[in-house]
Design a protein around this ligand. Structure first.
Ligand code: NDP
Length: 251
């Protein structure tokens, strides 16, 4: 496919009408912008995340704007176990009867230090939140995604998930794993289901995580989350129906 298609996508106003899409890390940064943008384009958004007041703010904003009523699902990707993900899937099933989109957005940066000094605790935390939680959440939700006529799973990668870089430690390793998880799943689901699976690399974006990673950078030079939404709309909407196993750039 044309690599620029996604980032230059011009989404019809109602392109996500009648779709139910779950977004992790929906209370802040890129996930917050995505939740609002998806709702604006007609989706019913399940706001998943660990800080409920932030999710409530997004919920209220969606309501104020008159977009489809959202749902809040509190989940801490660090501590959740298999049963917690099963309960989440049962809630989605009983509320909506299916899931049309799953945006794995939440992420943990971890330490920025040489691997020679990298702590086991930080390593395990990053891999739990960025990889294992995504596997467990996806596994629990596949039966709901199978009920959709046009389901899309989007994983969030990074430049350091394609080429490793000094001091990015477990974060870089976790993003390589994310790419591998997406490719493996895409290959498994392609012949037997209508679920497509792709990765998105947001690129440098003005968020709390970026400011933590690059404290000396002027945030004013970066795109805001709201400015990179075209590729998210493309991957979660009908325009990408035949696209699977790809890793795309949002900018
Ligand atoms: P932010 O730090 O702004 O937001 C991260 C989100 O993930 C927050 O909503 C946070 O919740 C949530 N989160 C973190 N840990 C957990 C957890 N244990 N359980 C549940 N939710 C959790 O980061 P960004 O918006 O920048 O990042 C979004 C994604 O984009 C990440 O996957 C990141 O790796 C990726 N990315 C970002 C880039 C950038 O330049 N910003 C570049 C490349 C990739 P809470 O608000 O409660 O802390």
């Amino acid at each position: 496919m044309n690599a620029d298609l996604a980032k230059n996508y011009s989404a019809p106003a109602d392109c996500l009408a009648d779709r139910v899409i779950l977004v992790t890390g929906a209370g802040d940064g890129i996930g917050r912008a995505a939740a609002l943008c998806l709702a604006e384009h007609g989706a019913t958004v399940v706001l998943a995340g660990r800080t409920v007041p932030k999710l409530e703010q997004v919920y209220d904003r969606i309501e104020e704007c008159g977009w489809p009523q959202a749902a809040i699902y509190p989940v801490d990707l660090l501590g959740a176990n298999e049963q917690d993900y099963q309960s989440l899937a049962e809630s989605v099933s009983s509320l909506f009867g299916r899931l049309d989109g799953l945006l794995h957005n939440a992420g943990e940066l971890g330490e920025r230090t040489p691997l020679a000094n990298y702590s086991l605790a930080s390593w395990q935390k990053v891999l739990q939140v960025n990889v294992t939680a995504q596997f467990l959440l996806t596994r629990a939700l596949i039966p709901q995604l199978e009920k959709s006529v046009d389901a899309s799973i989007v994983f969030t990668s990074s430049g350091v998930g394609r080429r490793g870089r000094a001091f990015w430690g477990a974060y870089a390793v976790s993003k390589f794993a994310t790419e591998g998880l997406a490719q493996t799943l895409a290959d498994e689901l392609e012949e037997t289901t209508r679920i497509r699976v792709n990765c998105i690399n947001p690129g440098p974006t003005r968020t709390r995580m970026r400011a933590t990673a690059y404290p000396a950078e002027n945030p004013g030079t970066l795109k805001t989350p709201e400015q990179i939404m075209a590729a998210y709309l493309y991957l979660l909407g009908p325009a990408s129906r035949d696209v699977t196993g790809q890793s795309l750039d949002a900018q």
